[in-house]
Design a protein around this ligand. Structure first.
Ligand code: AHM
Ligand code: MG
Length: 338
């Protein structure tokens, strides 16, 4: 008997679109373009170890340019493809201070905020890294978009997702109707549905935090981390620590296996008044994904990440994200109630 054919990500997107007869197909088109950009970056990431061997200066890529640093390359790959996709009016990237305009004549109705290669300090040591994206509908009428189109709260996201370049490349995304994961088959260059309707455990046995920052934490934060190290009444074991230092990899693991991830504020460091992670293209898209998977994302003082009105493209936000029950317990410690 023939094996059943896998569901490709494009099939999945089109099937979801069919459930909305009023849909124009623009969001599907936009996701399709993002996927092509992701596959291009995936191919580059897989070659990263060879870049040194082949010689940074000698190697020339398909566009005839010298090989760039991988995060810059990921940024320009994303930017160039998406600027002409015809579905966007403006973009923002972690790699660029200002908004990124789209090509003239290609303006569309959506905005895109992205982190082209999150966790890029891990590239040299072959640890999983990823691309994160967040899509909103524009606020302005037509033509080129502006910064206000991008400065929208996470709750208004139309879609969000990430690509993890790990032992295999995976795409995980949501359009507000569940979270779906696809694994790239590199032999055919297609993403196939491998993790339909991801739901994360409400309570877990893993915590992820950079404990090296312990001395800068609030009292509540310190007490919470002491608590997870105590013996759990049900499991007779403390939580286990899991921290890769690559948000996409840490949160991907937590999404699949359960866990809580924290990057709280770091009050003694004036350069990091609100933790490290950025609201628009790190915290908000993951908050949308995690909520859709049954979890929750808050700041370390109890505000829902998705309800924060952004004031700056690159603003940072203290983040507590994970299974609903785990976050609830952390919230009580952080509020001084436990
Ligand atoms: P980046 O966007 O410069 O790569 O920084 C974000 C990364 C996250 O992936 C990760 O969770 C965090 O920084 C780790 O920070 P730290 O090394 O302070 O623990
Ligand atoms: Mg980042």
């Amino acid at each position: 008997m023939n094996k059943p054919l896998g569901i490709t990500v494009s099939r999945h997107i089109l099937d979801s679109q069919r459930l909305h007869p009023q849909a124009t197909g623009e969001l599907s088109g936009l996701l399709g373009e993002l996927i092509v950009a992701a596959k291009t970056i995936s191919a580059e990431v897989n070659m990263a170890g060879l870049a040194d061997i082949l010689g940074q200066s000698g190697r020339v890529n398909v566009q005839g340019e010298k090989v760039q640093k991988l995060d810059e390359l990921a940024n320009s790959t994303f930017k160039r493809r998406m600027a002409r996709c015809g579905y966007l009016c403006v973009m923002a990237s972690e790699e660029e201070d200002e908004i990124i305009p789209v090509a003239e004549g290609y303006e569309g109705k959506y905005t895109l905020a992205f982190d082209p290669l999150d966790g890029s300090s891990n590239i040299d040591v072959n640890v999983s890294i990823g691309t994160i994206f967040s899509i909103h509908r524009r606020r302005s009428g037509s033509g080129q978009g502006n910064v206000a189109d991008l400065l929208q709260k996470g709750r208004n996201q139309v879609a969000a997702g990430y690509i993890i370049y790990g032992s295999s490349t995976m795409l995980v995304y949501t359009t507000g109707e569940g979270v779906h994961g696809f694994t790239l088959d590199p032999s055919v260059g297609e993403f196939y549905l491998s993790h339909p309707d991801i739901m994360m455990p409400t309570k877990s046995k893993y915590y992820s935090v950079n404990e090296g920052n312990h001395r800068y934490w609030s009292e509540g934060m310190r007490r919470y981390i002491e608590y997870v190290k105590e013996e759990d009444k049900a499991t007779h074991r403390p939580y286990s620590a899991r921290y890769i230092g690559s948000m996409v990899a840490d949160l991907h693991r937590n999404l699949i296996s359960g866990g809580i991830f924290l990057y709280p504020r770091d009050s003694k460091d004036p350069a990091k008044p609100a933790g490290k992670l950025r609201l628009l293209y790190e915290a908000a898209p993951f908050a949308f994904i995690v909520e859709q998977a049954g979890g929750r994302a808050i700041t370390d003082d109890g505000h829902e990440i998705l309800d924060i009105e952004p004031s700056d493209l690159h603003q940072r936000v203290p983040l507590v994200i994970g299974g609903r029950k785990d976050v609830e317990v952390a919230e009580a410690f952080l509020a001084g109630k436990r």
